[in-house]
Design a protein around this ligand. Sequence first.
Ligand SMILES: [Zn+2]
Length: 466
Amino acid sequence: MSSTTTVLRTLLLLALLATVACSPSGDASTAPSRSSSPSTASPSASAPPSASRSGSLVVMGRIVTMDDPAVAEALLIDDGTVAAVGTRDEVLAIAGDDVPVMDIGQNVAYPGFIDAHAHWIGDREYYGLDTAAEAIQAALERGWTSIAELWVNPERLTELETLAADETLPLRVDGYLTLNEPQPNGAHFGDWYADREPGAVGDRLRVRGLKIHLDTGFELGLLWDADELNATVVAANERGWQVAMHAFSIEPIDQALDALEPVLGPNGPNPLHHRIEHAMQVTDAQLSRTVAMQVALVIHLDTAATDWLSDPDGLAELGGETAWLSRYRDFVDAGLHAAGATDMPWILPDFKLTDDIGRPVDQIAGGMDPRGRVFPEPPPWMATQLLTAEQGLRAVTVDAAYALGDEARRGHLAPGTLGDVTILSGDVTAATPDEIRAMTVIATIVGGVPALCAHPDVCSQLVSED
Ligand SMILES: [Zn+2]
């Protein structure tokens, strides 16, 4: 398939965004056909058996904490929660003799990576997976310990709640209940969320956010009357729900900020961490308002800036205006919490899931080197918008946790945080983008329990002592 055809399909699908598969009725009869041979990463990866929902272990090796100290030699997770971070001697003294030790050797441990905007479970049929378990496994294999599902209708909510009730969620899921269709006319579903309280459902699922589509991607028609949107955001905020608004370009971002200002005031604060999704085109004035109101942004550091915007037809939808596009560095330099998220599966060329896409390392490397997968050459305006590895790392840890409103517990490793850890084969803070992309996932640990172990030498230590 030609690259032009591919990108047009990508753009079209962006604009249409899963109308059928995402419909409340769940009628997927016209969804893209499933791949006959779905690809999943690391077929050798497997999770050791564990009946426990929370575990205790010492992780020993180079540990990047995203906290203070920035790098530690050892980490104690006690009953699912981080109990100590420090030197080997300090942590072992606290842990005592009964806690199993995972020596990660030359590998590097990070706070469990958080995909703050995706559709791993809900849109799995688009990339050829049949079951939620397969989709979750694909996310774990790529190094995510938390995934956010950004389009949860009643049917999808039932599935997530069933997974949570059965205690079959090996990672954490944050579900965002959708208030409208993405297209063609943004059909509204009313306040169907209002019969429940925002919060946790069991220990792995949280449902405290709402998803509102303001536009259809490149087709810039607005899906909400401003007064109705403002009233909806006010009502959601009063009930304690976080609002995540899909706003692609200037006009819908104005609408989002205008809806948030009555709730937050012109200068914040933003205690529920209301957020804007995608934010592909943001003017200087809008950036100033976003900073003042402390609105969180969710962006896509891999693929989107190049593949979504390199197509001339896509740019034409934006009026051919190349100013203010994909301002990732501007967002970070302005002090915003900008989460780097996959938007899986809407980044997949031809909806083909391969081992080298949809990973945290792709977000980090993509921020440094925003090459496209359909259009390899980054557009010229990206030259001033590159991130450092440290900034990309923040985007999938601390800032992603902020976007979920859970930054006290996730995105960093310190006493009291959740015992979620991803172990990679290298140090992303001392590597080139290509070296980062070549890193592999050694293990993902959720609540002190190894959810995935791809490296027998590391994980066998735990299995044998469990
Ligand atoms: Zn999405």
